[in-house]
Design a binder for this molecule. Structure first.
Ligand SMILES: [Zn+2]
Length: 457
């Protein structure tokens, strides 16, 4: 049996408290990589020890075996546990022994019809929705199927207390975000093909060598084709690299993953695979070459490298500006509010995170509060005079084309002409910030966010 960490014990107590207050359907928020399966297993052990039937509903096949292993390890009475994937449980929902307690893993999916069928079939059961990100795209939120939420420790707290590794975050903008289009809740593969610069592949290797040379890295790609390109470029630079995706035969995938675990392989590129579940303990660097509009995926990608080890600092390299959509991975979120359907939310101002800056010298991204005076906390460069320092790192064809398209936009607008070549810190009005945002393809909220923060200063 595993001994639980203090914060895991605290979460279990909070769940019990919530049940004592009469709640039956509770969202349990826990950040990625902090052991939510262990928490579920311990609650299941206690429930089955009292003779209660439990059910465990999971979203992805790869994770099921690990969950069963964790439940057994924690001494759950498996004769009282029904564990399976949502699709298979839904199909035979009428034949299943009625559970007193249902665990739903990746609970942010639970508004989908397949889950609803299970939830509705057992109206008297307690239900715990476990998720790192209790939020959905669209109108309805998890409060539609829950009556309380228990929020876990923040990522900053977990880092400060040694449960997650600290990280450095760099952003490289090898993408034209105006070309991204959404389909089925995330960007379409076709639009990602359009948006991602073909120069990205060489740049991924150059930036890896500059920022994380020698570290084991997982690369998140948007297509099999791009993952293969990434591998080819790394091999050209004599760095061992392999690619796995949904079509890789299971045996071959296991061999590659094992090589990575044994540190015989430095770079592991993948397409939609290493999100939840698959255990890769020694990842020290994450390279994002795939944009996502899903906060859940963003946190799963970026936090993949945060397993702690003595003196480790993880490196996150974001080639597709995911931070402009989601902030940094350790931004605090108001999960209670996020889980509330929009028209029920109290109006409490906008939900912007803390001010984020980017150093144009090292491309590091960081909170303003972490700045050392006017200096970049990652490279020590003075930030005010950095506007023109872009060229020091990598001026390649893509950068030049990017400048050309900016030049064209400038010629068609006075305000834009006025802000071109300035840094955000030199902009004097909201209109200028908006023009700057447009010029650089930032989302419109960026300008308001900068303006608001500036006025607080
Ligand atoms: Zn810097």
């Amino acid at each position: 049996m595993l001994k639980l960490r203090d914060y895991q014990v605290k979460t279990i107590k909070q769940v019990q408290q919530s049940m004592l207050h009469g709640h039956h359907r509770i969202v349990v928020q826990q950040p990625p990589r902090t052991g939510k399966t262990v928490i579920m297993a311990e609650i299941a052990r206690r429930a089955t020890a009292k003779g209660n039937q439990v059910m465990f509903v999971i979203h992805r096949h790869e994770v099921l075996d690990q969950a069963i292993k964790a439940f057994k390890q924690q001494d759950v009475d498996m004769s009282l546990a029904t564990m399976g994937m949502v699709q298979s449980l839904t199909r035979r929902v009428n034949k299943l022994p009625p559970p007193a307690l249902i665990f739903i893993d990746e609970g942010h999916h639970a508004l989908a019809r397949s889950y609803r069928r299970i939830i509705d079939a057992f109206p008297r059961a307690y239900i715990l929705y476990f998720t790192a990100t209790p939020i959905r795209t669209g109108h309805n939120q998890l409060d539609q199927i829950s009556d309380d939420i228990v929020v876990g420790q923040s990522i900053q707290w977990l880092t400060k207390n040694g449960f997650l590794a600290p990280f450095k975050y760099y952003a490289l903008s090898d993408i034209d975000r105006s070309k991204l289009r959404k389909a089925h809740g995330d960007y379409s593969t076709n639009s990602m093909d359009q948006a991602i610069s073909h120069q990205i592949y060489g740049n991924i290797v150059r930036q890896y060598q500059r920022l994380a040379s020698g570290k084991q890295a997982v690369v998140y790609c948007h297509s099999v084709e791009s993952a293969k390109q990434v591998v080819e470029q790394f091999r050209k630079a004599h760095i061992t690299a392999e690619e796995v995706d949904g079509s890789t035969p299971a045996k071959q995938r296991d061999v590659i993953v094992q090589h990575f675990r044994n540190q015989q392989l430095t770079i592991l590129a993948n397409v939609n695979l290493f999100t939840e579940g698959v255990d890769l303990p020694n990842v020290d660097c994450v390279i994002m070459a795939r944009p996502t509009s899903s906060l859940s995926l963003y946190l799963q990608f970026s936090m993949r490298c945060l397993n702690p080890r003595k003196d480790k600092t993880a490196i996150i390299i974001d080639h597709v500006d995911n931070y402009l959509t989601h902030g940094l991975p350790d931004d605090d979120h108001d999960w209670r509010k996020a889980a509330t359907t929009r028209d029920k939310r109290k109006k409490t101002g906008t939900d912007n995170g803390p001010a984020i800056y980017q150093c144009k010298y090292c491309f590091g991204v960081f909170y303003r509060k972490d700045m050392h005076g006017n200096r970049c906390p990652l490279c020590g460069h003075e930030l005010r005079s950095t506007v023109q320092d872009y060229k020091i790192v990598n001026v390649d064809l893509q950068e030049i084309q990017h400048r050309k398209s900016i030049a064209h936009k400038i010629m068609t607008s006075n305000v834009m002409a006025n802000v071109a070549g300035k840094s955000p810190g030199q902009l004097k009005s909201l209109a200028e910030l908006q023009a700057y945002a447009k010029l650089h393809g930032f989302k419109p909220g960026w300008a308001y966010y900068q303006w608001k923060n500036r006025r607080k200063r």
